[in-house]
Design a protein around this ligand. Structure first.
Ligand SMILES: *[C@@H]1O[C@H](CO)[C@@H](O)[C@H](O)[C@H]1NC(C)=O
Ligand SMILES: *[C@@H]1O[C@H](CO)[C@@H](O)[C@H](O)[C@H]1NC(C)=O
Ligand SMILES: *[C@@H]1O[C@H](CO)[C@@H](O)[C@H](O)[C@H]1NC(C)=O
Ligand SMILES: *[C@@H]1O[C@H](CO)[C@@H](O)[C@H](O)[C@H]1NC(C)=O
Ligand SMILES: *[C@@H]1O[C@H](CO)[C@@H](O)[C@H](O)[C@H]1NC(C)=O
Ligand SMILES: *[C@@H]1O[C@H](CO)[C@@H](O)[C@H](O)[C@H]1NC(C)=O
Ligand SMILES: *[C@@H]1O[C@H](CO)[C@@H](O)[C@H](O)[C@H]1NC(C)=O
Ligand SMILES: *[C@@H]1O[C@H](CO)[C@@H](O)[C@H](O)[C@H]1NC(C)=O
Length: 853
């Protein structure tokens, strides 16, 4: 067993990177102890060249002999012992002492260190794969240590070699297939660690320093150590006296970050290890920065992005001394963190603001000019790659902003109360309403057929009931009808009309004063149906999320996307849209803020904006830190605590509350005394609201004007008028003026219809006991003012119908007497009236009256 073996099984396997990395595994300690002996000349000649490989096919393990370039025949040569006694005999023990013990009076520290590392690994490094790295000194002079360490290492591990320049022979080892890697470094110069590992804010770093304690302490106070958070440095303490036979303890150091305002760090002695035991029982990787940052000043890059960051310029009351004031959700969040964790902030503005708020702030961070970046940044994959980001503290998404109503123009207000269905139904009701009336009254419609005057009368009658403003008292008026059916019909028409009219009036009042609860645009379907044009910010990036949308409607809508330079322009486009409505696509939080801040008190009702309910592409809002910054994990943790405790919600609510103030800076929500509701509706009607009525009037004037012109020119309207004059009866009103006689005792009246085709009607109504029944039960009471005198009055018929009644004779005589009286009475009145174009005939009662012309 004289030959020592170094057992190196080199397995080849692929890491994620597709490159082959050689990882060495060692057999267990017990195997080695029982079978092999380590040679005194511990040197690995060529560790890098894989001498043999594990062959999967043959499953043969070829052992390479230590210090042997070529594999020999495998014969084991026994050590030759000379049996001949030469000189003073020495016992084996003496020889042993002489050759071994005296030479190794120095206490072997290596087993102590190995057990310490095994203990730490088993206790603390179980979460991630440890990466063991050693430099050339360890590799050449202390390979025994590494071998012993690796032999019994309590878990699977990766190991690699650091060359003299501090470069890893296999740099991929630093970027394993998972983010989580712990490191154990054997370094002759502890300062090299920063160069080897770079910034390591999360992983646990154990450095076994082969340098002096002073070097270790210096390192822990230096900038280099501030690249690590979970750092443990193991150094060997000085021996007591010169007694090399005693075990010297290992001292475990860590550092304290942010011990003063400049962000310095200090070495801290954590523990010591001797005789296989720790001197204290404590956590070797204590949480860092728990005591805050000792007033350290962090540079915060901020860009205006309401409501997360506001940048406002405030000046004194006299307008002087302008200064920038920062506020907003994220700023308050950072300030709260600063207060809690004892740091201060200095806000800088990005040097390249034209990149847009988010990107310009990220630029500041990546250029190393800022420690924290706030600009309401969306958490995207690209940004995660560029910088460290916090947990998303708020949510935002894309929404559309449109005008509140579908912007029904006010000139349509007069039609507004009714849906067009109602208008059509109403028109037909009133157009055809005259037929049942006419029929019920005369039990025939024949009198309508050739009598346009009758139709006109009826139309005005029906229309009069609708508008409630005409009381038609023409000779064809049915208001004095005695037919029950007609009266019923009229009654029901009247009720119907009253209700419809009050609906209309009530609704039009509401329509022009308060906007009817408007139809709001909330979905893409509505936008498409309303022929909306859509705009968005040219560098907001929103369009990217929609362009390749699989939703056909979204794709269709956003095909004609228009880009505007800023949000104000987008909102202006929306409110000023004339022919086609306009929708602006942007960040929900920002647009909500703008709408609340700037459009709660508006001059025009058309500036009331609506934010769609549909929320596209939700994004988290995050705070940025430089890549692998030491404090980002701690801040992230604090932010997550703030989210969990609801502090973020509180801040958001507070900011929103303060947003809702008027342009003058007054809070809308808080006033002295009561809460003041500012409603846009509490004002008088504007010209805009009433333009419909004016337009209607103007239309009437135009029509009348055309008629007038045509009459002047002697057009067809004149002819119409002539023919109508022949047919139509004289105006009732004019005659009422003519006959101002006091009422007589008789209360019934005779109504004579000039219709020549129909039979003569004496229509009367029994109303009082004074009336007398005559002629088939009809009561005929004739008063002077109730006699209508018409042209083409046929006396012959009159006589023929009432021949046999004495009463009738007497009454007729009375009528004629009264008629004479009346003629005398009104003779001079008539003269004047005739000059005015009156149409009452001068002929004697009973004579057929000729038309005036
Ligand atoms: C290695 O050997 C094992 C067991 O015989 C077998 O399952 C595996 O496929 C082999 N791998 C290769 C790469 O040959
Ligand atoms: C071994 O050490 C002892 C005591 O330290 C000393 O007396 C003795 O001479 C040493 N033997 C040799 C061979 O050096
Ligand atoms: C490490 O050493 C301590 C003694 O200081 C012991 O209590 C503990 O069990 C050891 N841990 C492991 C994993 O061996
Ligand atoms: C913040 O840190 C400084 C420096 O260590 C210290 O003087 C100060 O008292 C700390 N403030 C708080 C509130 O802890
Ligand atoms: C930050 O780290 C990522 C990889 O984690 C890298 O791609 C990026 O370039 C780094 N950014 C800076 C500014 O170093
Ligand atoms: C959209 O699709 C085109 C090709 O189909 C592709 O080049 C482009 O990168 C896609 N854009 C996004 C934002 O996915
Ligand atoms: C929207 O605004 C932009 C920039 O102000 C302007 O160029 C564009 O013509 C506007 N679009 C509409 C439809 O008003
Ligand atoms: C609000 O309106 C004022 C005046 O029009 C304008 O200066 C300001 O930029 C607007 N604020 C926002 C957030 O749009």
């Amino acid at each position: 067993m004289a030959v020592s073996w170094v057992c190196v099984i080199i397995l080849t396997y692929n890491l994620v990177f597709g490159e082959e990395i050689l990882v060495e595994f060692y057999p267990s300690q017990s195997l080695l102890d029982t079978q092999y002996k380590i040679d005194t000349k511990r040197e690995i000649k060529s560790n890098d060249i894989p001498v043999t490989e594990y062959n999967n096919d043959t499953k043969e393990i070829n052992w390479r002999q230590f210090n042997q370039e070529e594999i020999d025949d495998g014969e084991i040569h026994k050590r030759a012992l000379d049996p001949v006694f030469h000189g003073h005999p020495k016992t084996r023990e003496e020889k042993w002492n002489e050759h071994f013990i005296n030479k190794t009076t120095t206490f072997d520290q290596i087993p102590s260190l190995v057990s310490l590392l095994h203990n730490i690994s088993a206790t603390y490094l179980t979460d991630c794969t440890p990466v063991i790295l050693y430099d050339s000194q360890v590799k050449s002079k202390e390979s025994y240590l590494v071998q012993n360490l690796l032999k019994g290492f309590p878990m699977s591990f990766i190991h690699g070699y650091i060359d003299d320049n501090g470069e890893l022979s296999q740099p991929n080892l630093l970027h394993g297939n998972s983010d989580c890697q712990n490191y154990i470094l054997f370094l002759s110069d502890v300062r090299l660690s920063a160069k080897v590992l770079g910034k390591q804010p999360k992983n646990k770093i154990i450095i076994i320093a082969r340098s002096s304690q002073w070097a270790v302490q210096e390192f822990l106070a230096s900038v280099n150590s501030r690249m690590f958070v979970n750092l443990l440095v193991i150094g060997q303490s000085f021996k007591e006296g010169d007694d090399e036979t005693l075990e010297s303890p290992y001292i475990l150091y860590t550092h304290k970050l942010y011990t003063d305002g400049l962000g310095a760090s200090q070495p801290v002695v954590l523990n010591s290890w001797t005789h296989g035991k720790f001197s204290r029982n404590l956590d070797l990787f204590p949480p860092k920065m728990t005591g805050g940052y000792a007033g350290h000043r962090f540079v915060v890059a901020a860009a205006n992005q309401p409501p997360y960051v506001f940048r406002r310029i405030k000046s004194d009351l006299d307008g002087g001394n302008p200064r920038v004031v920062w506020d907003g959700v994220e700023l308050r969040l950072i300030k709260l963190l600063a207060k809690r964790n004892n740091f201060s902030i200095e806000i800088i503005e990005p040097q390249e603001p034209n990149l847009g708020p988010g990107d310009s702030v990220i630029k500041e961070i990546t250029m190393g000019r800022a420690d924290i970046g706030i600009a309401g940044m969306y958490l995207t994959n690209d940004r995660i790659k560029e910088i460290d980001v916090s947990l998303p503290h708020s949510q935002d998404c894309a929404i559309f902003i449109t005008l509140m109503s579908t912007a029904l123009p006010r000139y349509r207000a007069i039609l507004g109360p009714f849906h067009w269905h109602v208008w059509v139904a109403l028109t037909f009701t009133y157009l055809f309403g005259m037929f049942p009336l006419a029929f019920s009254d005369k039990h025939t419609l024949r009198h309508l057929l050739h009598n346009s005057g009758e139709i006109e009368n009826m139309f005005w009658y029906v229309f009069g009931t609708f508008t409630n403003c005409f009381t038609f008292l023409g000779k064809n008026s049915w208001s004095k009808t005695d037919k029950i059916t007609t009266r019923l019909l009229i009654g029901w028409y009247w009720i119907f009309t009253i209700i419809i009219t009050s609906c209309y009036t009530g609704s039009i009042i509401a329509f022009v004063t308060l906007p009817v609860f408007p139809e709001t645009v909330d979905t893409i379907k509505q936008l498409l149906a309303g022929f909306y044009r859509v705009g968005t910010l040219d560098r907001g990036g929103w369009e990217k999320w929609f362009l390749n949308s699989s939703d056909p409607e979204t794709a269709k809508l956003l095909k004609k996307l228009e880009l505007v330079p800023n949000v104000q322009a987008g909102i202006r486009n929306t409110t000023k849209a004339f022919f086609w409505p306009y929708a602006f696509l942007g960040s929900k939080a920002e647009l909500e803020y703008i709408v609340q801040a700037n459009f709660t008190v508006t001059k025009s009702k058309r500036a009331v904006l609506h934010i769609s309910n549909e929320c596209f592409v939700p994004f988290g809002i995050t705070i940025g830190f430089p890549n692998d910054s030491v404090y980002s994990a701690k801040m992230n943790f604090d932010i997550s605590r703030m989210i969990q405790s609801g502090l973020i919600d509180k801040i958001t609510d507070e900011v929103r509350f303060e947003m809702q103030r008027s342009l003058t800076g007054k809070f809308l929500a808080v006033t002295h005394g009561a809460i003041q509701m500012v409603s846009a509706e509490e004002k008088g009607l504007t010209l805009e609201d009433t333009q419909g009525m004016f337009l209607l009037l103007a239309a009437g004037f135009i029509m009348a004007g055309t008629a007038l012109v045509s009459e002047w020119m002697g057009g067809f309207t004149r002819k119409c008028r002539i023919t109508r004059k022949v047919d139509t009866p004289v105006s009732v009103n004019s005659r009422e003026h003519l006959i101002p006689t006091p009422k007589t005792d008789t209360e019934s009246e005779i109504k004579m219809v000039e219709d020549t085709d129909s039979r003569l009607n004496f229509e009367s109504r029994p109303s009082t006991a004074a009336s007398r029944e005559t002629l088939n039960g009809l009561v005929i009471n004739v008063t002077e003012d109730s006699i209508d005198v018409h042209n083409s009055f046929n006396v012959g018929r009159f006589d023929s119908r009432r021949s046999s009644s004495l009463d009738l004779d007497r009454e007729v005589r009375e009528i004629f007497e009264k008629d004479q009286k009346r003629r005398r009475f009104t003779a001079h009145d008539m003269e004047s009236l005739d000059e005015n174009g009156g149409t009452v005939s001068r002929a004697a009662f009973g004579d057929p009256i000729k038309p005036d012309k």
